[in-house]
Design a protein around this ligand. Structure first.
Ligand code: SF4
Ligand code: SF4
Length: 421
């Protein structure tokens, strides 16, 4: 197994001065204290492969695969070392010489590229969530030999009834295309319901786009060919020119959709990216929370900043503004709210030990706030933190929601404040 000077962007690797400042911010290093789990160590190993001093042997591959690609090191690196990009390039090389894990292959190649299968899973999940007493099912799930499936089950959200739609009034005269993410199709119908309720209730016209997966999981796992196929499909098939804005309620989708222009470098891809907005960004830009009256709550709410939203899109204030729209809520910041939760796509399934250690730290930070509501703008983070609460804080009643779900749940139906444009 050989990497090679030509196959990795060698100049990226040379920038690291080995200063070690990434130690303080790297979630994997903080739990393992192992140099191979740190940006500096990972970059050094990748360089040794690029210089043909080592092959992609298992320990080096492990060091690459345990990187969350969270970007925390990149943000704090004085030498602007792009470790997330280096890991991406390393994964491309590793894919050429190592057979990918069967589960991740199934999820990436069969499930995420097939909207019909996602819809079928969505129907099944909805039925499963609706069963009130799951004791017998959980008993059988504990016996399930496939650990990955057991872990996914633990992250399922609570069942939520469909939300009634509000009558639309024309305060926002925009035509919105809703880029529905894969987790939304397979697990989070409630999230789609919430988004439709709020956006339609504000008067905007909103339609589902006929999109496939955004391709982010493939991009971050180094499968650039599938990423490009999906991105091109989306750009060519969703008729984005018919819409003023493309919204997404997934931080990871938003992050990559906004990068289609840069990554594909075509006029169409750039035009597509220019229309993309994260739902929090959209809500605050158009003053949408002000359109509704809300139930008064006495919740303590804390906000987790998904890597692809806070660091990736610089959207941190908007989800907090959404919280402040609900009367009676107290926003309490958790320590390290911008630290990865260890979800990172299929990371929690592929790297269970490291993922759980990172998750435990996140849950401890949540518990320190005494919050009864955690908001996260990414379905993968919601599933991971939901799992974490079940695992590490089972006696606490903590709801884990997307900000748009929290907003939608608390709108007083048929009580829209602003009725005219
Ligand atoms: S990756 Fe950046 S912060 Fe980390 S050791 Fe290298 S130069 Fe320093
Ligand atoms: S991307 Fe995240 S996990 Fe990977 S080395 Fe940087 S800080 Fe650590």
């Amino acid at each position: 197994m050989r990497g090679g000077r030509m196959s990795l962007m060698y100049e990226l690797l040379l920038k690291c001065t080995k200063c070690g400042l990434c130690q303080q911010v790297c979630p994997t290093y903080q739990v393992s204290k192992n140099e191979m789990d740190l940006a500096r160590g990972r970059v050094r190993l990748a360089r040794l492969v690029a210089e043909n001093k080592y092959k992609w042997q298992s320990q080096i591959v492990h060091s690459v695969e345990t990187c969350l690609q969270c970007g925390a090191c990149v943000e704090s690196c004085p030498s602007a070392v792009k470790t997330d990009m280096i890991m991406n390039l390393a994964k491309r090389d590793i894919n050429k010489v190592k057979k990918p894990h069967a589960i991740s292959q199934f999820i990436y190649k069969k499930m995420l590229t097939n909207p019909k299968m996602l819809k079928f899973i969505g129907e099944f999940t909805r039925y499963y969530l609706k069963i009130k007493d799951k004791k017998v099912l959980r008993f059988f799930n504990k016996l399930n030999p496939i650990e990955e499936v057991r872990r996914l089950e633990q992250g399922l959200p609570a069942y939520k009834e469909d939300l009634p739609l509000l009558p639309g009034k024309a305060h926002v005269t925009l035509k919105i295309g809703y880029f529905r993410n894969c987790a939304n199709l397979a697990v989070f119908n409630s999230l789609a319901q919430a988004t439709l309720k709020v956006v339609r209730g504000s008067g905007a016209q909103v339609e589902y786009l006929s999109n496939k997966c955004c391709g982010a999981p493939h991009w971050f796992s180094g499968d650039i060919q599938t990423f490009e196929e999906l991105a091109k499909y989306n750009i060519n098939n969703v008729e984005f020119n018919n819409y003023d804005i493309i919204i997404t309620d997934c931080a990871t989708c938003g992050g990559i959709l906004k990068k289609y222009g840069e990554l594909l470098d075509t006029v169409e891809a750039k035009a597509f990216s220019d229309k993309v907005m994260d739902i929090n960004e959209f809500l605050i830009k158009y003053g949408i929370p002000d359109n509704f009256s809300y139930k008064t709550r006495d919740d303590i709410v804390t906000v987790h900043d998904p890597c692809h939203l806070g660091r990736g899109q610089k959207i941190t204030i908007e989800p907090r503004k959404v919280v402040s729209a609900i009367p009676g809520t107290i926003l309490k910041e958790m320590k390290n709210s911008n630290w990865c939760c260890g979800g990172a796509g299929v990371y929690s399934v592929m790297q269970p030990k490291m993922s759980d250690q990172i998750l435990r730290a996140k849950i401890n930070n949540i518990l320190d706030t005494s919050a009864n509501v955690v908001l996260a703008s990414c379905p993968s983070c919601i599933m991971q933190i939901t799992r974490g609460v079940k695992l590490f804080a089972p006696s606490y009643h903590i709801q884990v929601l997307h900000p748009i779900e929290y907003l939608a749940q608390n709108i007083m139906n048929n009580n829209i404040k602003r009725q005219t444009s």
